[in-house]
Write a protein that binds this ligand. Structure first.
Ligand SMILES: [Zn+2]
Length: 183
């Protein structure tokens, strides 16, 4: 079922998500809804790389992450239950991020280049894996959502903020320095 995505300045996005005990049918349904909603959101030059449950208003430690960020015709996702970063590289990199809950705005955010992640899958099995580059960035962004953190919280300089135009081009953001300052 396609559901409504919670967007700023809704304070739901500031809630802390709860650890999932047992993956029951309602969690599986929520994960399926998250994938359907993300694919429905894809448009023009923008595509949804991932979604956290809080973005559908459900404060649960659950995220779905696209398996292939280059070819958006591929519509497969990895579902992570209770994901946790167990190790992060000291090396960081700054790159552009967007968020389905922050429509039209992009920002340059510093993230660890490599991470090691522990999570469960929907069958309750523990999974451990390493991620780097954009995948590592996306997972750090999603885990932030579980603590009520929005990517713009990491953006301190106005020159790191952009808005997307109808051609998919990023232009310097006009208006408030940081639109999440007050939420
Ligand atoms: Zn986001």
């Amino acid at each position: 079922m396609i559901r409504k995505i919670v967007t700023i300045p809704n304070k739901i996005l500031r809630m802390k998500s709860k650890k999932i005990g047992y993956v029951d049918d309602s969690i599986k349904k929520l994960a399926a809804d998250m994938i359907e909603t993300t694919l429905d959101w894809d448009h023009n030059s923008e595509f949804g790389a991932a979604l956290a449950a809080i973005q559908l208003g459900e404060p649960m430690k659950l995220t779905i992450v696209r398996k292939n960020f280059e070819n958006t015709d591929q519509k497969e996702f990895t579902t992570l239950v209770n994901p946790k970063i167990v190790k992060a590289s000291r090396e960081t990199a700054k790159d552009i991020e967007g968020c389905l809950s922050v429509p039209g705005i992009y920002g340059r955010v510093k993230r660890a280049v490599k991470i090691k992640v522990k999570a469960n899958d929907l069958d309750g099995h523990e999974i451990r894996f390493s991620a780097e580059g954009f995948a590592a960035r996306v997972i750090q962004h999603e885990i932030d959502h579980m603590s009520g953190i929005i990517f713009l919280d990491h953006v301190k300089r106005s020159e790191d903020l952009f808005e997307i135009d109808e051609n998919g081009k990023l232009n310097p953001l006009k208006g408030p320095i940081n639109p999440v300052r007050d939420i």
